[in-house]
Structure formats: structure tokens, C-alpha cells
Design a protein around this ligand. Structure first.
Ligand code: PMP
Ligand code: GLN
Length: 394
């Protein structure tokens, strides 16, 4: 919500403690102040043009009524082919794939499907903000496991300690927003061991699966021994094909888990984006070169922004993947990243995201800022120039 209004006192208790999404707030701030937006993670460049042609043909070709609830068959087939081609995961498109309104709805449907009131869900912190909102709306309890700067590795002891007799699931995100870290195979094996020992379900958000740097490759949790039966995998066309506004995502996994997600999803949107679904099917089948090139471009942009931020003497934590780099703003005398981000438009004409809202551990989160580098190179260069010319001290 970019609205400045305060919600009614009638707002249900399950939403009272959930802050409005910071991404909309910061994008509105960028528009209002005419600042360069290194906040919300959406790319400046469009996705592949042939995919737009397929979407236009579908719009003109009469594909404008409800799609089937689980998604149009050609998209479910293309998702299955993609999982087989990249990861060797063989899926039955009729039973093991469901299309959703972005990864956001997939997360919401999975949490609603599997979390009973009072159930505890282990979640990596800093977390993507919708996770917290969804767990709250389901009446669940989040049990954060903190990825700590500078390297944001998984603390296995903390993971073990987060699991109690009320824990029923783990919500994983790799590559990870906002830290940009990628769980190694060894780390995934630890998660798998804990999940199997305690009979936990794993919901894994892998929307940045193709945006890894420095030759790294993505390992889906579902491919680890013993994990297929207890893993729900989520991805989306938004990040892979630079169509974040299309909101076409998907869930894959064993038939009983996918059917459970569909049980919730059918009452959320039922179905969405009918004419865009065939276009995403085309993208998955024919546009692998797009995301390979995108990962290389993003790596160069990461290097540009990381170097620029380091010249400012900020503590910068170099990401292994995603759209984002994080930094610590204490060097500028700020104890609070939100105060820093609110002053940034006026001082430098740049918007970034205060990451403190993504933490329960305020000591760890208070000083962290997230910067998006999925923007045009000229925008990043301009942002670095502006930051270097500004007086940023508290
Ligand atoms: N999960 C993570 C980790 C994200 O960064 C995002 C933003 N792309 C989403 C989910 C939401 O994805 P979508 O736009 O497909 O709903
Ligand atoms: N996933 C993007 C981000 O993290 C956008 C999120 C949003 O606007 N809800 O910036």
C-alpha cells in the first residue's frame, strides 16, 4: 500500500501487527521526490520481445476468459520441461504443477494450506516481507533463523534451536532476498537433515533461481535425497524474464502437496493472467538465452554498485545472486537504516530500502540498507555519482 491513510480500527487483529509493505512506500517516495529508485526490485529493461508477441497474439486470439484453475496446459507442460531440463526433476504437469498469481500468491496459498493456527514455521531472516504477513494471516508463528553479515551463511545450530515440538514447516528462500546469498549444497543438506529428523514440510521460494553470479549454480531443495516428498517449490516469471508486472508464478511438488496448495489457491484468485500464461510457456521453452544473459548483466551491475558503495566507505556485503546488495550505514553515524533511507532522496536523489523491517533481530537488522542493481547501467552510474557528491553524514 502506498496509501498514507491509517487503517480502520475495524482492521482484523491478524493484520494489525503487519506493517504496510515497504516496497510500495519507497517507490512512492521515489516518484514523489523524483529520485532514482534503487528500492523496489523491478528491472528497468523489458523482457524478451518475442514473448510480448505471443502475449499480444493471445490477447487478440480470444484467450481472454478464465484459465483453468491449475493453469493453462501448455504453461504447466513448459514448467515441467523446465524443471526436467535444468534440474532433472520429472513432473506430471497434470498433477504436480499449479500456476499462481506470482510467487506472492504461491507463498500465500502454501502457508494457508499447511500452517494451522499456533503452528510454528521456521523462516530465514532477514525475510521477504510477505512471508511474515502470510504467516500472521494464517495464525501461525514465525521462528526466524538469522543469516548474519558479512557473509550471511546459514547457522546450523540456530536452525536446530529454532525447531520446537510445535514446528511443522520451514520456509526457505534461495537465492535469498535481501541478502543475495545462495545456500550451498552443504547448507541445503543440513536443512534437509533437520526437516527429515523432525518430519517438517519445506516450502522453498526459488524466484531468483536463474540470477546467480560468478559461475554459481542453483540447487533446488527438491533434488536432495529424501526431500521430494516433503518439498513445495515456488518460482515465477517475474524475475526470470523481467516481467514483474505479469504476476505469473508456479508451485511444483508431489501431487498431494500441490493439491493442498491448490485447495487454498482456488479461493484466493482462482486463476489469473489467462493471455499471459501462453506467453510465459513460450518464454520457458525458447528464451533460456535471455536469463543466461541477464545473469551476466546483473553480475556487472552488481560489481558497479558494490564498487561505488565501497568508495563511499560503507560496509558492503557482496551478493552471490539476485537483484540486491546490502550495506551497513553506521559508518555515516546512523543507528537506524530507516532514518538514513528517508533522508536519502533529499540529500542525494536516491531511494533505497531500509532492511530493518525484514528482521526480528533488531540488533542485526537496524543498520542494514538494501540497494537494487537491476536498473539501467546509466541509472546506477548516476546514483553512484549522486551518492558520492552528497553529504550523507547523520
Ligand atoms: N519471493 C521473493 C523472494 C521475491 O523477491 C519476490 C519478488 N519477486 C517474490 C517472492 C514475489 O514474486 P512475484 O512478483 O512473482 O509475486
Ligand atoms: N520482490 C521485489 C523486491 O523485493 C518487489 C516486491 C514488491 O514490490 N512486493 O523488491
Amino acid at each position: 500500500m502506498a496509501s498514507t491513510s491509517v487503517p480502520s480500527t475495524r482492521l482484523a487483529r491478524r493484520l494489525r501487527d503487519v506493517a504496510p509493505t515497504v516496497f510500495a512506500e519507497m517507490s512512492a517516495l521515489a516518484v514523489r521526490t523524483g529520485s532514482l529508485n534503487l528500492g523496489q526490485g523491478f528491472p528497468d529493461a523489458e523482457g524478451p520481445s518475442p514473448v510480448l508477441d505471443v502475449a499480444v497474439a493471445a490477447l487478440r486470439g480470444g484467450r481472454n476468459q478464465y484459465a483453468p484453475g491449475p493453469g493453462v496446459p501448455e504453461l504447466r507442460e513448459a514448467i515441467a520441461e523446465h524443471q526436467a531440463r535444468h534440474y532433472g526433476i520429472e513432473l506430471d504437469p497434470a498433477a504436480e504443477v499449479v500456476v499462481t498469481a506470482g510467487a506472492t500468491e504461491a507463498v500465500a496459498a502454501a502457508v494457508l494450506a499447511f500452517v494451522n493456527p499456533g503452528d510454528e514455521m521456521v523462516v530465514l531472516e532477514p525475510y521477504y516481507d510477505s512471508y511474515v504477513a502470510c504467516i500472521e494471516m494464517a495464525g501461525g508463528v514465525r521462528r526466524p533463523v538469522t543469516l548474519r553479515a558479512p557473509d550471511y551463511r546459514l547457522d546450523v545450530a540456530a536452525l536446530e534451536a529454532a525447531v520446537t515440538e510445535r514446528t511443522t514447516s520451514i520456509l526457505l528462500n534461495t537465492p535469498h532476498n535481501p541478502t543475495g546469498s545462495v545456500l550451498t549444497r552443504a547448507e541445503l543438506e543440513e536443512v534437509a537433515r533437520v526437516a527429515q529428523r523432525h518430519d517438517l514440510l519445506v516450502v522453498t521460494d526459488e524466484v531468483y533461481e536463474h540470477l546467480l553470479f560468478d559461475g554459481r549454480s542453483h540447487v533446488p531443495m527438491a533434488t536432495l535425497p529424501g526431500m521430494w516428498d516433503r518439498t513445495v517449490t515456488i518460482s515465477s516469471a517475474g524475475k526470470t524474464f523481467s516481467f514483474t508486472g505479469w504476476k505469473v508464478g508456479w508451485v511444483t511438488g508431489p501431487p498431494d502437496l500441490v493439491a493442498s496448495v491448490l485447495s487454498a489457491k482456488q479461493w484466493l484468485t482462482f486463476t489469473n493472467a489467462a493471455p499471459l500464461q501462453p506467453a510465459v510457456a513460450h518464454a520457458l521453452r525458447h528464451e533460456a538465452a535471455f536469463y543466461d544473459a541477464l545473469a551476466h548483466e546483473l553480475q556487472d551491475k552488481r560489481d558497479l554498485l558494490v564498487a561505488g558503495l565501497r568508495e563511499l566507505d560503507l560496509d558492503v556485503f557482496e551478493p552471490e545472486a539476485t537483484y540486491f546488495v546490502t550495506s551497513d550505514v553506521r559508518a555515516y553515524g546512523y543507528e537506524d537504516s530507516r532514518a538514513f533511507c528517508l533522508t536519502l532522496p533529499e540529500r542525494a536523489g536516491v531511494v533505497a530500502i531500509p532492511a530493518q523491517g525484514f528482521y526480528d533481530d533488531h540488533e542485526e537488522g537496524r543498520h542494514k540498507v538494501r540497494w537494487a542493481f537491476c536498473k539501467d547501467t546509466a541509472v546506477l552510474e548516476d546514483a553512484v555519482r549522486r551518492l558520492q557528491a552528497a553529504d550523507l553524514r547523520a
